[in-house]
Design a protein around this ligand. Structure first.
Ligand code: FAD
Length: 374
């Protein structure tokens, strides 16, 4: 049991990326005075969350992650509409499934992928089943891709949202409660703990990769996994849902947002390099997108962006209790949007009720002082 959050108790949140903004708003809605600081500039460009495609695709991601992350993702899919409903501005949210396609010559890759999904299905029998598509099924589901691909897989119920709209809506909802993000304010954990000692209350460290020097879980170090995406305006292309192209060298996804804006991504490079997107990555992403639909050829490149995903050695997320009333939340890797509502609820349960029932149920790693002392 922890010492629970008292009514009106203040909370200091470090990092106004995805996790920090979500937590700050829920706590403000519960009546707590929240102070939210971020090292980056007001455009939010310090956060991986600004660059992300924000796909909510637990089954598709099960090809590269553990069943526990898939379960977090399933939980979060149901939570997003509730969270978005409480915001002051609309956020584009879609739950129209994911389409997976491949070129004929890449059938072995598709077979491998299907095998991995089948394994996930056995581990988590309640997940919606993938549906195989022939030419006709594919043409009915996604007419823009008829003739180009002759088979596919449909993963029902998966979703996506508009990350930038969400970040803006969270900021706006915070402001409506009198909380302005303190931008360009870089704090270490030690400095924040000094503030906490003066002010009392709780401290939540949600600095993503910025917490690297202070990430306290023993035996785990944070690293960056670089990702690059292109944001394209392509009025000639209409896709109803995120589409993934399986390819042995250039696997890509295309996430259609509103008004024919597409996020095409993403590279996955073991590196902390935050420099702009490389020519090679851009060529690969855009060629693959053009192969999926030639309408991208006439599209306009709005942005090429890159950032690093905050990642722990096993690529799984973690919550770490550093000291009484001090929590670190990190390691969201490439699944921040997919899983953050589950981490949000697990943190709130701990703060408000001193319990980690949800974390245990979802097998979310949550290291408490008591467990480490035992
Ligand atoms: C290319 C790419 C594509 C992605 N696509 C998806 C996707 O489709 N689906 C999905 O679920 N996830 C996706 N992600 C992952 C997702 O963006 C991250 O998991 C998520 O943003 C992590 O949230 P966070 O709040 O922990 O960190 P961040 O969003 O990075 O936020 C951390 C914040 O902390 C601030 N900060 C850092 N240091 C300090 C300091 N010392 N003091 C104060 N503030 C500090 C930073 O400025 C930043 O604003 C993608 C990521 C990338 C890079």
């Amino acid at each position: 049991m922890s010492e629970s959050l008292q009514p009106q108790e203040p909370v200091l949140v470090l990092g106004a990326g995805l996790m920090g903004r979500l937590l700050a708003l829920s706590l403000a809605q519960a009546g707590h005075p929240v102070r939210l600081v971020d090292a980056g500039p007001p455009d939010g460009s310090g956060a991986a969350a600004r660059v992300a495609a924000a796909m909510l695709a637990p089954l598709a991601e099960s090809a590269i992650t553990e069943p526990s992350v898939v379960a977090l993702g399933q939980y979060a899919l149901a939570r997003w509409p509730q969270l978005i409903k409480g915001l002051t501005r609309p956020v584009y949210f879609q739950q129209n499934g994911t389409l997976i396609v491949w070129h004929r010559q890449d059938a072995p890759e598709a077979q491998r992928f299907s095998g991995l999904l089948a394994q996930t299905g056995r581990a988590l029998p309640d997940l919606p089943r993938p549906r195989g598509l022939d030419s006709q099924g594919l043409a009915e589901l996604e007419p823009a891709l008829a003739q180009r691909f002759h088979q596919g897989l449909y993963l029902p119920e998966e979703g996506q949202l508009d990350n930038r709209q969400l970040l803006a809506a969270l900021t706006d909802s915070l402001a409506a409660r009198g909380i302005t993000i303190e931008w360009n304010t870089r704090l270490t954990l030690e400095q924040a703990q000094d503030i906490q000692a003066d002010r009392g209350g709780w401290l939540l460290d949600c600095r993503g990769l910025g917490a690297r020097a202070d990430w306290q879980a023993p035996g785990q170090s944070l690293r960056g996994v670089r990702g690059e995406v292109a944001r394209i305006h392509a009025p000639d292309v209409t896709l109803q849902r995120p589409t993934r192209l399986l390819h042995p060298r250039y696997p890509i996804y295309i996430a259609p947002k509103e008004d024919h804006i597409f996020v095409i991504g993403a590279t996955e490079i073991e590196s902390d390099d935050m420099s702009p997107a490389s020519v090679r990555s851009t060529l690969e992403l855009l060629s693959a997108a053009y192969a999926v639909h030639p309408g991208f050829g006439e599209g306009r490149i709005l942005e090429l962006c890159s950032h690093c995903r905050p990642t722990l050695p096993d690529n799984l997320p973690a919550i770490h209790e550093v000291a009484p009333r001090v929590l670190q939340v990190n390691g969201l890797y490439r699944h921040g949007f997919m899983i953050s509502p589950a981490l949000l609820d697990a943190v709130l349960e701990w703060m408000q009720q001193g319990r980690k029932t949800l974390a245990d149920q979802l097998q979310l790693r949550f290291s408490t002082l008591a467990a480490r002392a035992a």
